[in-house]
Design a protein around this ligand. Structure first.
Ligand code: PNS
Length: 162
């Protein structure tokens, strides 16, 4: 069974990595799919995000990293996948995630969304929080994979705050 883990991953955090590692134990193959979203202005390019995820997941043999544009369910069909994997951190995630799962189900009734409860230690963690801390010079080494911590440091050193 193939599962797609779609998201922005700008950048990948240890919370995402937790979901990926656990997903790889549950499914035959997991595809981390980075959304190419022209209406967002991300910190990292899609290529950079793919590299960050690939470097952080080298230990997982049943993992593929890819990008997609458009509807997630169309991408899932293309990849022969019937499962969408998503992490749930706190209650406030639930409403948006349920809406997304129901919408996807109306678009393709073969798709199932599987939610994994994010491990407790990462329940507060998001890509936005990580960027906020890094932007003001705080250490994010305990929040993201090592390569991402380096990339964030480089990013905000090259673009100092006014
Ligand atoms: O990491 P994110 O930003 O929470 O991920 C959101 C994502 C990429 C899963 C979601 O925005 C998505 O699936 N976008 C693709 C467009 C789509 O299929 N929309 C229908 C579901 S509402």
């Amino acid at each position: 069974m193939i599962a797609i883990y779609p998201g922005s991953f700008d950048p990948i955090t240890l919370g995402h990595l937790d979901i990926i590692e656990r997903g790889c134990k549950l499914f035959d193959q997991v595809i981390v799919a980075v959304l190419r979203n022209p209406s967002k202005s991300p910190l990292f390019t899609v290529q950079e995000r793919i590299e960050q995820i690939s470097l952080s997941t080298q230990h997982l043999s049943n993992l593929e990293v890819d990008s997609f544009i458009g509807l997630t369910v169309e991408y899932a069909k293309l990849k022969n996948a019937r499962v969408l994997l998503r992490g749930l951190r706190v209650l406030s995630d639930f409403e948006g995630e349920l809406q997304m799962a129901h919408t996807n189900e109306t678009l393709w009734n073969e798709i199932e969304t599987v939610f994994l409860a994010t491990s407790n230690e990462y329940s507060f963690l998001s890509s936005s929080v990580v960027k906020e801390v890094a932007k003001f010079g705080g250490s994010v080494a305990h929040l993201v994979p090592p390569q991402v911590a380096l990339d964030l440091c480089r990013c905000y050193t090259e673009t100092p705050l006014e």
